[in-house]
Design a protein around this ligand. Structure first.
Ligand SMILES: [Zn+2]
Length: 641
């Protein structure tokens, strides 16, 4: 046996870290990098008309927060790199978009260099010139705050500074060897950390063979690499036993439509995130990426048609998966039943028109509770499945199940799954893959679990590293049997897997974030006023000629947008509420104009009414049937005008 497993483990891990450095062994700092700005959130076309470019150097600081800078570079690829892939390595400690030949190619650096690389040339000739532009936004995944999500105040050094801009020759052999070693090393460390694996034989063999790998691999003698990889290949030949957790995984990037950043930044977050997703979907055929919120697709359709065409291609290939069936991911406590119905109507209508298909699942993982009417509304929107995990954050009462039937107050039922990793922003680590197995509360009846991986809240999505881990974690002892699957494929499997599901009846109450419901009163008042106004417009105009359908739909889209789960509850930054107040003011102004003129009093509610109204300058007692005209009537003796 190995006499000092901790030392052995340390030594292997150090070697693997050094191996990572071999992936980009040949690098070239970009000497002629030019920058212009600060500017606002201008379009790519506007950026092409910028003047005043000046040299940018490593260490340069940029700001203030929310400002944008545009970089340009033209670099000659070293002749000696002929035949190799050329990547850009960029780190500006901020969010950024890489543009090549007028196309948004990929997002970079969501927070602090989490995504520093992007492919520039798949196979270079050597000696050619590459040109690119970078749109650098002085903000991060969580707006202008630190990673914890909350601002820390003024920093002596701008957080947005240029740390790296290099061309690099990509070494695919080092990359594959690194990820082969990294996954097994992390797995071995996890098994040792928990020391609870039932398969001590596998645990011992893993460490011993990784030790052999470390003894065989000499990073400076490339002729040793093949033999070292052969040792790992032997480990990858091991498989799970008969019954184990079947983990379906799907890439995701939860993009809050507004939260710690305004809507205008969300539009760029979508551009960065979807550019990255479409690029990686091409490189990883097994990759599946789920994206909800029809609104975000509509934004890209209008703002970046070239990217939208790439999304359409990926949807057609079955890799980019529209999910959720709603316009945005709405708050599910404050909007009226009619509004929630419209969320599905506008969402499903968009997905059907654009992609020829409605969603079969409601995807709303981050919302602060779910009212008991939702199963009925879902069923009427053609949806029979529901995904969230938010209740795992409950302060006092944790949910008893991850898979169950949720029954609404009218008896409608939907198959419900809470991904047992308790997150919609999975990091793709070995630890988290194992967490699915450890946390799952329904092993006695089911072995199907779903795992959502990728940077989220502020978008970003999966990294290439996460995709490499999942590829290798497919079927290894100590890990669930894992494959990337669409939401439909996962729920089909789940439906077949477990038929005696527990039933949970009524509201799914969320024991957290409750203060939001007494915050930002104005947006809540505007929401209800707008719901009432739109109801009245639709009712009153329905029997008149020239029904203003397009105008009414535009107002609905504004209202639905403001029901987003960080706007309506009150959990966004102040700038979001300034935008919201402006949008509602426009909605009310446009809506009032759509109300018919005239002096006839009409009851626009579904209840018979008898009450005093002020009409034509006087008080009158009127009676009106549900949805009917009011007539002046004799008041009861108790009423005095
Ligand atoms: Zn969210």
């Amino acid at each position: 046996m190995l006499r000092h497993p901790d030392y052995t483990r340390d030594r292997i891990q150090q070697l693997v870290r050094r191996l990572r450095g071999k992936i980009y062994a040949a690098r070239l700092p970009v000497a002629d990098l030019q920058v212009a700005g600060p500017v606002g959130r201008i379009s790519f076309a506007e950026a092409q008309r910028l003047t005043g470019f000046r040299p940018a150097r490593r260490g340069d600081q940029f700001g203030p927060a929310w400002a944008t800078f545009w970089f340009r570079a033209a670099v000659t690829v070293p002749a000696g790199w002929a035949g190799s892939r050329v990547d850009l390595l960029w780190d500006s400690q901020s969010e950024a978009t890489l543009w090549v030949n007028g196309r948004s190619v990929q997002g970079l650096n969501m927070t602090q260099g989490d995504r520093p690389d992007a492919m520039l040339l798949e196979r270079c000739a050597g000696g050619e010139q590459v040109e690119f532009q970078i749109e650098m936004a002085c903000n991060r995944t969580f707006g202008v705050s630190t990673g914890s999500g909350y601002p820390t105040g003024e920093e002596p050094v701008s957080p947005y500074h240029l740390r790296r801009c290099e061309l690099a020759s990509f070494d695919p052999v080092a990359w594959d060897l690194y990820w082969d070693a990294q996954v097994l090393t992390e797995l071995e460390a996890e098994l040792a950390r928990e020391d609870a694996t039932s398969d001590k034989s596998w645990q011992g063999w893993l460490l011993a063979r990784l030790n052999d790998f470390a003894n065989t691999l000499d990073l400076e003698r490339r002729e040793t690499w093949a033999a070292a990889r052969e040792i790992l290949r032997d480990l990858y030949a091991h498989r799970n036993g008969g019954r184990c957790v079947e983990l379906s995984a799907i890439g995701h990037a939860h993009i809050d439509t507004a939260w710690l950043w305004p809507l205008a930044e969300t539009h760029r977050k979508c551009e960065r995130t979807f550019s990255t997703a479409t690029a990686y979907l091409r490189d990883y055929p097994e990759y599946r990426f789920a994206s909800s919120q029809a609104y975000q697709y509509a934004v890209i359709q209008q703002r970046n048609p070239d990217l939208y065409a790439r999304i359409q291609e990926c949807v057609a290939r079955g890799q980019f998966i529209p999910v959720g069936g709603t316009w945005i991911e709405p708050d599910c406590n404050i909007p009226s039943g009619e509004s929630l119905g419209r969320q599905f109507l506008f969402g499903q209508r968009f997905f059907e028109k654009e992609f020829g298909k409605r969603c079969r699942e409601f995807w709303n993982p981050d919302v602060f509770g779910y009212n008991g009417q939702l199963p009925q509304i879902m069923r009427q929107a053609g949806i029979t499945r529901f995904l969230t995990q938010k209740l795992s954050w409950n302060r006092f009462n944790k949910p008893h199940h991850h898979t169950f039937t949720w029954r609404g107050i009218d008896g409608s039922e939907v198959l419900t799954h809470f991904p047992p990793a308790d997150t919609y922003n999975g990091d793709g680590s070995i630890r988290e893959l194992r967490l699915n197995v450890k946390n799952y509360k329904d092993h006695d009846r089911s072995r199907e679990c779903y795992y959502l991986f990728g940077h989220g809240d502020g978008g970003g999505g999966p990294t290439k590293g996460m995709l490499e881990v999942l590829r290798r974690a497919a079927d290894l002892p100590g890990l669930p049997r894992t494959a990337q699957r669409t939401a439909e494929e996962f729920f089909d499997r789940l439906e077949r897997d477990v038929t005696d599901r527990p039933v949970i009846w009524g509201e799914l109450y969320f024991e957290y974030h409750r203060g939001t419901y007494t915050s930002q009163a104005a947006v809540k008042r505007h929401n209800r006023r707008a719901e009432q106004l739109l109801h009245d417009i639709e009712f009153l105009r329905a029997t008149m000629p020239n029904y203003p359908r397009d105008e009414i739909n535009a107002l609905w889209r504004t209202l639905l947008l403001n029901q987003f789960h960080d706007i309506l509850p009150g959990s966004s930054i102040g700038e979001v509420y300034a935008d919201s107040a402006r949008q509602f003011a426009e909605l009310f102004a446009a809506g009032e104009k759509l109300l018919p003129a005239g002096s006839q009093l009409v009851n626009t509610t579904g209840f018979a009414r008898a009450e005093v109204v002020e009409h034509a300058g006087t008080l009158q007692f009127v009676r009106a049937p549900p949805y009917g005209p009011a007539v002046v009537a004799e008041p009861p003796a108790a009423v005095r005008l």
